[in-house]
Design a protein around this ligand. Structure first.
Ligand code: NAD
Ligand code: MG
Length: 395
């Protein structure tokens, strides 16, 4: 690491939970990481504060209207303002960036992530929705590249803690020696709730996650276990693994972040406190491991690590995730958009907790499946699925 120039990082979604953790990692890096781009959608005062601290080359205010209403007087000299989704794509692919930390929530993060990949940047991916919706396109791009240059280092690196754990565990063997991927799940706030009680879940109950402190969308996804469903799809594309080789395990302590079983039966796992700074830093510094601010496990205390099989009856999102991982094509984009709209409706009090997954299923089953969609087609279906949820809610 000594003598190397700093890695220049674009933090897309810097005002969010992952974004703020990323800034902590960068600030603790002693200069080896430098934030050259920061972006936020609506919390623009916070974006300006972050800019004052980190003096990036660009800030992006992705909500154009909020940008127009904001006073930019305090923006440091030398920091340039970009706006809107186009501003995000420009910043993600600009010369002043080596690594893009993709931490925008939802399908809103797809285009900037794809722009970064197309521009040849290394992408540290928190935005799992990119692989859920556009997994087939990303896979094709990376496979073509790998064929041309088999020795090139990975440049799509997971930040999602499970996928980071799988990625780290996979380093103990060759990819073709991996037989199975175990994705662990905390089980969320309703792990032990009876089916009848789930129908009565309130927004506040669903927003109270037992082990992770995250943005509202992924917190609701964790409560329905749609988050794990999306992670199965994410793993399918990221590791180019068929759904049959992926299994979900409930592990309430969130200490084993996921595991890999090799063909000889050996299981390798990655452990740590539930602290996103660790996978964030691993992705930003990859392939190096350096001292950092992530919290440590205390091995002088007693720990219990428990595992339970996942309950597909109480959490029907899981079956949906495996189906979509098997189908590929347009299914991921439809499931993702339906889920985003359904979660929004639940948060607004317009949909019961237990309606989120059935609504997603019915829209997925009604859609016009295509095996090899273009990005434009995926975006059309994204809009269509959101409208379908809207009619479902109004019906
Ligand atoms: P968050 O809600 O805390 O932050 C979201 C960020 O996206 C904010 O900076 C916000 O300004 C920005 N944003 C929102 N809407 C936007 C839009 N339309 N256009 C551009 N930017 C927009 O979310 P989070 O918890 O930090 O999650 C971010 C991503 O990371 C999600 O894809 C999530 O699934 C993934 N992830 C999060 C965690 C976690 O611990 N929080 C763990 C694993 C994966
Ligand atoms: Mg995760």
């Amino acid at each position: 690491a000594d003598g190397e120039p700093p890695r220049r990082v674009a933090v897309l979604g810097s005002s969010g939970s992952i974004g703020r953790n990323t800034i902590e990692v960068i600030r603790a890096s002693g200069g080896r990481l430098k934030a050259t781009v920061l972006s936020a959608h609506s919390r623009l005062d916070q974006l300006i504060e972050q800019a004052e601290l980190l003096k990036p080359k660009f800030v992006v205010a992705s909500d154009e209207q909020a940008a127009a209403e904001q006073s930019w007087k305090k923006l440091p000299k030398g920091t340039e303002l970009l706006v809107g989704p186009k501003g995000l794509e420009q910043a993600a692919s600009c010369d002043e960036v080596d690594v893009v930390l993709a931490a925008i929530v939802g399908a809103a993060g797809v285009r900037s992530t794809l722009a970064a990949l197309k521009a040849g940047k290394t992408v540290a991916l928190a935005n799992k929705e990119t692989l859920v919706t556009a997994g087939p396109l990303v896979r094709k791009m990376l496979d073509a590249e790998r064929k041309k240059n088999p020795a090139a280092p990975e440049r799509l690196l997971p930040v999602d803690s499970e996928h980071s754990a799988v990625f780290q565990s996979m380093a103990c063997g060759r990819r073709d020696e991996v037989e199975k991927i175990f994705l662990t799940a905390s089980g969320g706030p309703f792990r032990t709730w009876a089916r009848e009680h789930l129908a009565q879940v309130t927004v506040d109950e669903a927003l109270a996650h037992p082990t992770w402190d995250m943005g509202p969308k992924i917190t609701i996804d964790s409560a329905t276990m749609m988050n794990k469903a999306l992670e199965v799809i994410e793993a399918r594309w990221l590791f180019d693994t068929p759904a049959e080789r992926i299994q979900v395990l409930i592990h309430p302590q969130s200490i084993i972040h996921s595991m890999v079983e090799f063909v000889d039966g050996s299981v390798v796992a990655q452990l740590g406190r539930p602290d996103m700074k660790l996978p964030i830093q691993y992705a930003l510094d990859y392939p190096r491991r350096l001292a950092g601010p992530a919290e440590r496990l205390d091995w002088t205390r007693m720990h219990e690590l428990r595992f339970e099989p996942a309950d597909f009856d109480r959490f029907p999102a899981l079956a949906l995730g495996f189906e979509v991982a098997r189908q590929g094509g347009t299914s991921g984009a439809v499931l993702n958009a339906a889920n985003e709209a359904a979660v929004q409706s639940f948060l607004e009090g317009d949909l019961h907790f237990t309606e989120i997954v059935p609504a997603c299923r019915s829209i997925l089953e009604a859609h016009d499946y295509e095996a090899n969609p273009t990005l434009q087609r995926l975006e059309e279906l994204d809009l269509w699925a959101r409208e379908e949820i809207h009619s479902w809610v109004c019906a």
